[in-house]
Design a protein around this ligand. Structure first.
Ligand code: GRF
Length: 290
């Protein structure tokens, strides 16, 4: 939760956190172990205490030459981290051609997402996403996934988590990553992993969702951006965009149309998270437009 770098003046940090936390609960952390050191203070009734705890967190982190970060917490559910003083950083994981990664990277470069991609990782050495990242001078690595077909084995999981943790990323973005993430991975980035799925969830979770939709005969499908939990495509929904199913559609044509919607929706959702506009209450993701 603590990121190395130059801290903003205390007053500026207080002002930013106070603004972002309006009406919510804040966990102010002055250690890399947020759950141990985290302090939960309710606003606005606890305003004085909130200010004091925040001041102490900022001062102690500044002494340790760290930038303190704060987590918005709503109804006990961790939402997102509001990082002070440096850019919001994304780690992207993918197994395929990387068209969603490209849309995200372009949106970052154009300033539409106030963030940068810190690294791209793949479980497939020949995945196009690695080439697309290298072309953009973004660090891109293949990590062998191990002996299983649909999940990472223990060593691979450790390697993925280690590589991502080293960069102190704010958000892990799954963009066509074809492995189910399990315990250690989910715990390492709790509430900070998002995915895009090519259907209007909860309809058609799992593989080839566009084909499932076509076979079922629905007239409307689309794509969903959601937080990742221990289930398959079951986490809290951040955003959805609908796409019509046309009479002459083949699975390929429909998938192509859905991908067009993905390239619009995913950058918008990531931008909202990076701007600190998103919080989570149970299954409901609430967007505060600033
Ligand atoms: C997308 O259709 C996404 O919905 C699914 O995997 C595909 C990835 O495509 N999870 P790309 O590699 O981003 O082009």
């Amino acid at each position: 939760m603590i990121r190395r770098g130059r801290a903003l003046p205390w007053e500026k940090q207080y002002e930013t956190v106070a603004k972002a936390s309006e009406g919510r609960v804040i966990r102010a952390s002055d250690s890399s172990n947020a759950s141990k050191m985290g302090t939960r203070v309710t606003r606005p009734s606890d305003k004085k205490l909130f200010r004091e705890k925040l001041r102490r967190a900022v001062l102690s982190a500044t002494k340790a030459k760290c930038i303190p970060t704060f987590q918005l917490v709503l109804n006990g559910h961790s939402a997102i981290q509001v990082a002070m003083g440096n850019k919001f950083r994304l780690g992207v994981l993918g197994s395929g051609k990387g068209s969603n990664f490209v849309a995200i990277a372009i949106a970052c470069a154009m300033g539409k997402i106030p963030a940068e991609v810190g690294i791209v990782l793949s479980d497939d050495e020949s995945a196009g996403i690695l080439t697309r990242a290298s072309e953009r001078k973004i660090a891109a690595h293949f990590i062998p996934p191990g002996k299983f077909r649909t999940k990472l084995d223990e060593d691979a999981e450790r390697a993925f988590v280690g590589a991502l943790q080293m960069l102190q990323l704010d958000l892990i973005v799954l963009a066509g990553f074809m492995r189910v993430l399990k315990g250690e991975f989910l715990r390492a980035f709790e509430g900070r992993i998002v995915n895009i799925h090519p259907s209007l969830l909860p309809s058609f979770p799992g593989l080839e969702a566009w084909k499932q939709a076509l076979d079922h005969g629905v007239k409307l499908t689309g794509c969903t951006v959601h937080f990742v939990d221990a289930g398959v495509d079951s986490g809290a929904i951040i955003g959805q965009q609908s796409v019509p199913v046309l009479d002459n559609d083949t699975p390929e044509i429909l998938h192509h149309r859905i991908q067009g919607a993905e390239h619009e929706l995913y950058p918008k959702c990531i931008a909202a998270i990076a701007r600190g506009e998103i919080s989570v209450a149970g299954r409901r993701v609430i967007r505060k437009i600033s």
